[in-house]
Write a protein that binds this ligand. Structure first.
Ligand SMILES: [Zn+2]
Ligand SMILES: [Zn+2]
Ligand SMILES: [Zn+2]
Ligand SMILES: [Zn+2]
Length: 227
């Protein structure tokens, strides 16, 4: 379903410009380094710049280093994952990371870990520590960038953005539909009408279990909008 041409782009929270995943990573460094210079005169705390990736989707987070790992778990649940409060956990290689460990002790620059949500139908996302910054900020966690809704078009008409996914036919490529093609799918898929019609959302958990969208950054959690 996630096809070749799916191109992800994210806006910079500071200047609102759109960038590719590679560019945004470099671009944010400029803002953060500038902020660090400006803040150097005041009282600062260590923050970790963290990249989170799930296939074409990504998040850039700035997290206060002395907070516990559970702050990131909560954030991931809120923006991408939570359907019915499944269990979750972070791992580095095969070692479990406790939720009460400090963010800065885990996200040493270049370290890669992963997070699993739901040990049945698992959604796995990958996190990389990019750099530490000493900043004077109020927030404990800030969303610096996120991919805009991917260009997922209806698998039948190919003209309109898809709004529904069939969670039963999910493994088939032709399983995302616009409003009118959703009606056609209802006729050939008995489950679709009953329970398997799920909304297209901007999350790697789309179409899985009861996931219908997040509660953080909801304006970017919808379907693709033609520009
Ligand atoms: Zn910017
Ligand atoms: Zn669930
Ligand atoms: Zn259609
Ligand atoms: Zn179906």
């Amino acid at each position: 379903m996630l096809e070749e041409e799916l191109k992800s782009e994210g806006k910079c929270m500071f200047c609102e410009q759109l960038f590719s995943p590679k560019e945004i990573k470099k671009h944010l460094v400029k803002h953060l380094a500038d902020m660090e210079k400006t803040d150097a005169a005041g009282k600062t705390q260590t923050y970790c710049h963290i990249e989170v990736v799930a296939a074409e989707m990504f998040l850039h987070l700035l997290v206060k280093g002395n907070k516990k790992m559970e702050i990131i778990d909560d954030f991931l649940r809120g923006i991408w994952l939570d359907c019915c409060d499944h269990m979750s956990g972070f791992r580095h290689k095969n070692i479990e990371i406790e939720m009460d460990e400090k963010v800065k002790d885990i996200f040493v620059p270049k370290v890669k870990i992963f997070h699993d949500y739901d040990y049945g139908s698992t959604t796995r996302v990958f996190l990389t520590g990019l750099k530490y910054y000493d900043l004077n900020l109020k927030d404990d966690i800030i969303l610096l960038s996120r991919n805009e809704p991917l260009k997922i078009m209806c698998s039948i008409c190919k003209i309109k953005p898809a709004v529904n996914i069939c969670s039963v036919c999910l493994w088939d490529r032709d399983s995302v539909f616009c409003e009118s093609c959703s009606k056609k799918h209802e006729k050939i898929c008995n489950d679709f009408d009953e329970y398997s019609s799920m909304p297209i959302v901007n999350s790697p958990r789309m179409g899985i279990c009861g996931y219908t969208g997040g509660y953080i950054d909801t304006e970017r959690d919808g379907v693709y909008k033609k520009t």
